[in-house]
Design a protein around this ligand. Structure first.
Ligand code: AMP
Length: 300
């Protein structure tokens, strides 16, 4: 599952990402979080980024792309990822496409969390985030205030007010979004990958809509996986009923279709067949096939 979450600052991408990582067990990669960590650590990269961040401007593409490349190459990103706050302009989106093409892992979905601009300023200036990175709970002093002011309901840590969530910086960030990031909506629409969800209402309602979209989008992949499994199951009983010669061509025809349709996820089930096939090879054909078939039928 490889997803970009698009949306203006304050649209709720971060909140939805946190729920998505719990549900789908894939990492959220937020360039904003990575940059804030670099600033807090006082690294060279952090120093370069800080001035732009404080002014509500974008950090240079070189810095951000280097960071993303490194993060996507980590093992936990192989099963998929949710990109939050990246890409932020067309050159970043093009660089991401090129990066993912090299990994043969193209993006599957760009999900726009759509919120009217008037709502965004209040959401941003009222936002408070749990300072404990392992918790990261997000509040809003106007809409979803914590029970004790300044303290996280979940873990009791202090709540932080991001330095760029003040009115002046928010104004710049929203302008930058309109000028540089909003064109990504057309970019992903042209690729047929854009879906939109309304970002107003309760967090749970929005999340339900988000997951509905994700599941519809992933359905062709799931269908291809089922097809691959069904083909495997069909081949197994056919072999027990008839001599070994007949199932062989049927398998050859079914395999490429299933593989092509479900390349990333269907690899494992498909790989089981040759492994099972190798065993019987030295033995007399009929016996070997009868032994191998029940094993295969049980696994999926
Ligand atoms: P965010 O937490 O996503 O709102 O990002 C906070 C700030 O980090 C932004 O206002 C930018 O200054 C910087 N930033 C985050 N992501 C990017 C990006 N993809 N490209 C450039 N700057 C970014």
């Amino acid at each position: 599952m490889r997803i970009v979450l698009l949306g203006a600052p304050g649209s709720g991408k971060g909140t939805q990402s946190k729920l998505l990582i719990e549900k789908y067990k894939i990492p959220q990669i937020s360039t904003g979080d990575l940059l804030r960590a670099a600033v807090a650590a006082g690294s060279d990269l952090g120093r370069k980024a800080k001035a732009a961040m404080d002014a509500g401007q974008l950090v240079s593409d070189d810095v951000v792309l280097g960071m993303i490349q490194e993060r996507l190459s980590k093992p936990d990103a192989r099963a998929g990822f949710i990109l939050d706050g990246f890409p932020r302009n067309i050159p970043q989106a093009q660089a991401l496409d090129a990066m993912l093409a090299r990994l043969s892992q193209p993006l599957q979905l760009a999900l726009l969390v759509d919120v009217d601009t008037e709502v965004l300023t209040t959401r941003l200036t009222g936002r408070r985030t749990c300072a404990n990175a392992a918790c990261g709970a997000i509040y809003n002093i106007y809409f979803t205030a914590p029970k004790s002011p300044g303290k996280c309901d979940k873990c009791g840590s202090n709540l932080a007010h991001r330095s760029d969530d003040n009115e002046n910086t928010v104004r710049s960030r929203l302008q930058v979004y309109e000028q540089q990031t909003a064109p990504l909506v057309s970019y992903y629409k042209a690729q047929g990958k854009l879906r939109t969800v309304r970002g107003t209402g309760s967090v749970n309602e929005i999340f339900k809509n988000v997951t509905d979209i994700i599941e519809v989008q992933m359905r062709p992949l799931a269908a291809a996986m089922s097809a691959a499994q069904a083909a495997a199951a069909k081949n197994a009983p056919a072999k027990t009923a008839k001599p070994a010669k007949k199932p062989a061509p049927a398998k050859a025809a079914a395999k490429p279709a299933a593989k092509a349709a479900a390349k990333p996820v269907a690899k494992k089930p498909a790989a089981k067949k040759p492994a099972a096939k190798k065993k019987p090879a030295p033995k007399p054909k009929k016996k070997a096939v009868k032994k191998a078939a029940p094993k295969k039928a049980k696994k999926p």
